[in-house]
Ligand binder design. Structure first.
Ligand code: PMP
Ligand code: GLU
Length: 399
């Protein structure tokens, strides 16, 4: 038989989704697994949002909508951006898609030609490099350091040849590191992009999950020149615990980008689910209490994770300021032996944790961060305590 697409075959499946599914399967088979792999809030979607979905079904609002999203939802997004982020967009500058993942693909497709470079600071969320490759572009990875809070700096950008660079992806707050950029840091990056005519893909899906009283600043909020070349990515998944509803969106005042994505979406998926769109209107308009309570819970769990992890002498962790992940530094574990197995990398460590302690984590290599593993604290305090205790006990046997 003729061989199938080379590009298609070059795409790696999502490591985070695969490991989450594996841990779930082990649990359903009765294994006592503590899973730190979850990439979604462990809260139910709030009742008022669910009811809005049910109402949409009961009212027969179950037909195609405008391919780029319903007017009512675009209006709710415009209002959200104005009241919460102090950003003015019109409805025609918004496109609603089947999740932020879909929005990201659409934006990369609209921006990139074959051979373009896209700057991606590492550690990065697993999906970015694959989507960049899917549109024929090259990911240009800039390694950030733990000592710098895992944030890309202007000094690092100044060392890049910008000639072939079409765009940079800034994920703030960051998955997997929890890093949150300050206004000044965003300004430096944004002005560099303006100077070199580079688009900024600002993935702000974790914007509501920032701790320690820090105020989230949107990349588009720095100045008009930066806003003009910024394409905001956001969605319902993390803010309203609506991962399964599949609604994401972009905001951009670049007409050409909007036009290309509308056309693309009209052929590829038609509209995002009508029921989810109706529910999303209610989510955006009436969720303040839910968001506050989720954020408070996550902040408490983050503090618990940090205090427990910092009590383990073989590993360490810097304090993340957002999202719901920590990056556990396992550099002192590499080369050592646990349960008779030499730990050569983050995959070996994740394997031995699962086999010997029934604890599931995501190896850093999937995020371009060898020497680390990602732990999600989207689980109960009781599970956090038990899981970290198991890690500590296993590490105490390290030779
Ligand atoms: N961006 C980041 C950084 C994420 O962690 C996720 C979660 N998978 C997404 C985008 C995509 O979210 P969704 O497709 O569920 O809207
Ligand atoms: N963003 C989540 C994670 O990083 C969900 C999984 C995925 O979409 O890859 O775990």
């Amino acid at each position: 038989m003729k061989s199938i697409s080379k590009l298609g075959q070059s795409i790696q499946p999502s490591l985070t989704l695969a490991l989450t599914a594996k841990a779930k399967k082990m649990k359903s088979q009765g294994e006592d697994v503590i899973s730190f792999t979850a990439g979604e809030p462990d809260f139910n979607t709030p009742e008022n949002i669910c009811n809005a979905g049910i109402e949409a079904i009961n009212k027969g609002l179950t037909k195609y909508t405008v391919a780029s999203g319903m007017d009512e939802l675009k209006e709710a997004i415009v209002n959200k951006l104005s009241s919460e982020n102090n950003l003015e967009y019109t409805k025609s500058q918004i496109i609603v898609s089947n999740g932020a993942k879909h929005s990201l693909f659409n934006v990369l497709f609209a921006l990139c030609n074959e051979g373009d470079d896209v700057i991606l600071p590492s550690p990065y969320w697993v999906t970015y490099p694959e989507l960049i490759k899917l549109v024929g572009a090259n990911p240009i990875i800039i390694e950030t350091s733990e000592s710098n809070g895992f944030k890309v700096t202007i000094d690092q950008l100044n060392k890049i040849d910008p000639t072939k660079v079409k765009a940079i992806i800034i994920n703030n707050p960051n998955n997997p590191t929890g890093a949150v950029y300050s206004k000044k840091e965003l300004e430096d990056i944004g002005n560099w992009c303006v100077k070199h005519d580079i688009y900024i893909i600002a993935d702000e899906i974790y914007e509501k999950l920032v701790y320690d009283g820090i105020n989230f600043v949107s990349m588009a909020n720095i100045n008009d020149d930066i806003k003009d070349r910024t394409i905001i990515i956001n969605g319902m998944s993390k803010t309203f615990s609506m991962t399964g509803w599949r609604i994401g969106y972009i905001a951009s005042n670049n007409d050409a980008v909007i036009r290309v994505i509308s056309g693309l979406q009209s052929h590829m998926t038609s509209n995002p689910c009508s029921i989810s769109q109706y529910a999303s209107v209610v989510a955006l308009e009436d969720s303040d209490e839910f968001i506050l309570s989720m954020k408070t819970t996550f902040e408490k769990r983050r503090n618990l994770m940090l205090s427990l992890v910092n009590d383990i002498k073989e590993v360490s962790c810097e304090k993340p300021e957002g999202a719901f992940y920590i990056m556990l530094n396992i550099q002192n574990v590499i080369g050592k032996t646990i349960a008779g197995k030499v730990i050569n990398n983050s995959i070996d460590f994740a394997d031995v944790l699962l086999d010997e302690a029934k604890v599931s984590v995501v190896p850093g290599v999937g995020f371009g961060a060898e020497g680390f593993v990602r732990l999600s604290y989207s689980i109960s305090e009781k599970d956090i305590e038990e899981g970290i205790k198991r890690i500590k006990d296993l590490l105490s046997t390290m030779r």
